[in-house]
Design a protein around this ligand. Structure first.
Ligand SMILES: *Cc1c(COP(=O)(O)O)cnc(C)c1O
Length: 460
């Protein structure tokens, strides 16, 4: 380790106080008219590095970085002759405002971080599909073909019991389409124990009511029996809806009806499983999966693509040919359809190797401890107060509540958290008991190097 990598005492204090880092300015050395020595915007934009970036990500984006760097120089945060360098360093990696984030929260499916990260296979498929692609064309015959046919085929291969599949924008859209196509102006029979709020104030009963379907509530919050459903089913019934209470758990004096107990009532049973597992996941025995639901007799299953399935944001509908066709042919289906990049990512997720979500779920805790130990040692060598600690990770994404995944983390002083968050790449940790924890279960192992570098940057 070079001496320059060690934290000088002044910076250690800044870290401890959570202040922005950077070398201290020798303000005395600045001339009184230092302000005027800041280069003009057009001069800075002519810097070859910034000119190249303008061609790549757009002049407006580069200009914004330049203006921000000039402002920092005016505020005395950086020397006037460092404005171009600061602008180059602050350039976003793409023309989009979305920044790459290393998810060290220990929450595998973090809703605010876009839920499931895509596999390399899915990212490659997205890159190819982002250009002109045969999403709706048969290159053999030159004629129009069924949109997304290979993604739908992939789903059906994984869930052979499903006769047909359809893909929409998200899990909520799948429910809306089912409610509209099968129950608008009629009734959806639903247990009072399954009137779920998904998150951010969105409530499934309100979503369903917005389609023009009427909710026929049965049972009580804690107990609903098959007889309750049977008594409510009638000429007005569009379907029975079973909603997996994915983000909460009810224990004690409870009773629910299984799908298998409801399939003989002469009306379709729709199961909203949420998580998107296509087949059972042994590590999460309480999470429902599409194959088992269909086997139990569900006529339709709806799910999200970006939860435990580990794919892109989308909603998946699997089930009987006739019902799926009624959904797919409904005029609203056009408004809910997904783009070619989603179809590509979904197919590659379903056909490809284990997703990052599956990898994280199955990661061996001993390996996580070793990674945490190596990372902490490297950061300590760099002068940081870092230590490897035990941690508890969670599935997240409104799934598998109460499931604790043993994990390991690197523990840093709490003030590191906001600085890591503002870095590039941004690192999201978790603040617990006055320490900033970087939980490695949600970090793919191939990001350990980037994570170490991002943390070491705090010492500069
Ligand atoms: C997450 C979830 C939804 C909503 O799915 P989105 O993909 O977020 O629209 C609906 N129902 C259940 C049971 C869920 O868990």
């Amino acid at each position: 380790m070079h001496d320059s990598c060690m934290i000088p005492p002044w910076d250690a204090c800044r870290v401890a106080r959570g202040e922005p880092g950077g070398r201290p300015m020798d303000r005395e050395a600045l001339p009184a008219d230092g302000r005027r020595r800041i280069a003009r915007t057009d001069v800075l934009l002519a810097d070859p590095r910034l000119a190249e970036a303008a061609g790549r990500i757009g002049r407006g984006v580069v200009k914004a970085a330049v203006v921000a760097a000039q402002r920092r120089a005016r505020a005395g945060e950086i020397p006037p002759d460092a404005v171009a360098d600061a602008a180059v360093e602050a350039l976003p990696p793409t023309a989009s405002g979305l920044r790459p984030v290393i998810n060290a929260t220990g929450v595998l499916l973090h809703t605010n971080l876009g839920r499931a990260p895509l596999s390399a296979a899915a990212r490659d498929a997205v890159a190819v599909a982002s250009g002109a692609t045969d999403v709706e064309l048969d290159l053999e015959t030159g004629r129009r073909a069924r949109r997304g046919r290979s993604a739908l085929a992939a789903l059906l291969e994984r869930v052979p019991r499903a006769e047909a599949a359809h893909v929409v924008n998200n899990g909520a859209a799948a429910l809306v389409l089912a409610a509209t196509a099968l129950a608008a102006g009629r009734e959806i029979v639903i247990s009072r124990g399954e009137m779920v709020e998904i998150g951010d104030g969105f409530r499934i009963p309100e979503l369903l009511a917005a389609t023009g379907a009427r909710l026929r509530e049965v049972g009580t919050t804690n107990r609903t029996s098959p007889d309750d459903y049977a008594a409510a089913v009638g000429a007005e019934t569009g379907f029975i809806l079973k909603v997996h209470p994915s983000n909460f758990r009810m224990t004690g004096f409870t009773r629910g009806a299984d799908v298998a107990e409801l399939t003989g009532l002469g009306v379709p049973v729709v199961a909203d499983i949420g998580s998107g597992l296509l087949t059972p996941e042994p590590l999460l025995p309480d999470e429902p999966d599409a194959a088992s639901m269909l086997k139990a007799g569900a006529h339709l299953v709806t799910a999200s693509g970006d939860k435990l399935l580990g794919g892109p944001q989308c909603g998946i509908v699997l089930g009987g040919e006739d019902l799926v066709r009624r959904l797919a042919r409904h005029p609203l289906a056009r408004a809910l359809r997904v783009g070619k990049m989603t179809l590509a990512a979904l197919e590659a997720t379903v056909r490809g190797p284990r997703t990052p979500t599956e990898e994280a779920l199955h990661a061996d805790v001993e390996e996580l401890r070793e990674r945490a130990g190596r990372l902490a040692a490297r950061l300590r060598d760099a002068g940081l107060d870092a230590r490897a600690v035990e941690s508890e990770a969670a599935v997240g994404g409104g799934g598998a509540p109460g499931v604790v995944l043993a994990s390991a983390a690197v523990s840093l002083p709490e003030p590191c958290a906001p600085r890591l968050r503002r870095g590039a790449p941004a690192v999201m940790g978790r603040v617990e008991d006055g320490r900033c924890l970087l939980d490695l279960r949600s970090v793919p192992p191939d990001q350990d190097g980037d994570l170490a570098e991002a943390v070491q940057r705090l010492t500069r």
